[in-house]
Ligand binder design. Structure first.
Ligand code: ADP
Ligand code: MG
Length: 230
């Protein structure tokens, strides 16, 4: 039987104040699939992605990546799974005192040779995202939109099975948004699945992919469209 890349079962999150953010979340994602998580501000997109990326525990339910449950994984299994996933949090997780180059080199340093995206490819991403002249600049000196592109670049310099991106174009203008979407679609076509949170219905209409709508604590997910077509 084929193991899905990602299986989310009966996922529920209740914060300590007793607020249920989402309940009974359920879906599967295959290799090379693209899924939008579409929802308004406060719908629970970020907490859901953080939980799927293993940086937060659900109150109930399980997230299974490549056949291993994040809720039962040993420390070494967890380490192995995290290598297969790139997560771009909404707050980006950059270090303001380090340069763009430092971020990329540090990421590359932590990878095995078969996990490295070629430097020529990274240079291409830099160019497409208009970051070339910022290579040796500290992240703290960049604009919000530029920082967001650095966080994307860092995710793209690692070969992964899954990219979890939380509103990764939220601070970009129209032109840059579509350059980035084009990059992500190419990465998807190379076999990487993408879980993409957005509140932007217009984007979802323009670039048709499988959609999950997160509303009032429930996620309604479209049927799988099948691999790279999805
Ligand atoms: N760590 C937390 N503690 C308490 N409440 C939280 C926490 N994280 C998120 N929430 C609440 O959960 C709801 C969903 O937040 P979030 O997942 O950030 O939504 P979105 O990304 O869709 O805007 C919000 O009401 C928010 O206040
Ligand atoms: Mg959010």
């Amino acid at each position: 039987m084929k193991i899905p890349l990602l299986k989310v079962e009966n996922l529920t999150k209740v914060y300590s104040a007793g607020q249920t953010v989402w309940k009974g979340i359920q879906f599967k994602l295959d290799r090379g699939e693209f899924l939008y998580i579409l929802g308004g501000s406060g719908a629970g997109k970020s907490s859901l992605l953080r939980t799927i990326a293993s940086f937060e525990q659900p109150t109930e339910g399980t997230v299974t990546v490549l056949g291993t449950s994040l809720q039962q994984a040993t420390a070494s299994e967890m380490q192995r799974l995290r290598r297969r996933v790139a997560y771009i949090p909404q707050n980006l997780g950059l270090v303001f005192d380090l340069t763009v180059r430092d971020h990329i080199e540090l990421t590359r340093f932590s990878l095995k040779s078969n996990e490295l995206v070629e430097y020529a490819q990274i240079k291409h991403f830099l160019k497409v995202m208009s970051l070339e002249s910022y290579w040796d600049k500290k992240v703290g000196a960049l604009s919000g939109g530029e920082r967001q592109r650095v966080a994307l670049l860092r995710a793209l310099c690692k070969k992964t099975d899954l990219i979890i991106a939380d509103e990764p174009t939220g601070s970009q203008d129209f032109e840059m948004t579509w350059k980035i979407m084009d990059l992500l679609v190419r990465v998807q076509l190379s076999g990487t699945a993408i879980l993409f949170a957005t509140h932007d219905l217009e984007m979802v209409r323009r670039l048709r992919k499988r959609v999950g709508i997160l509303k009032e604590g429930a996620l309604k997910v479209e049927e799988s469209r099948g691999g790279a077509a999805g």
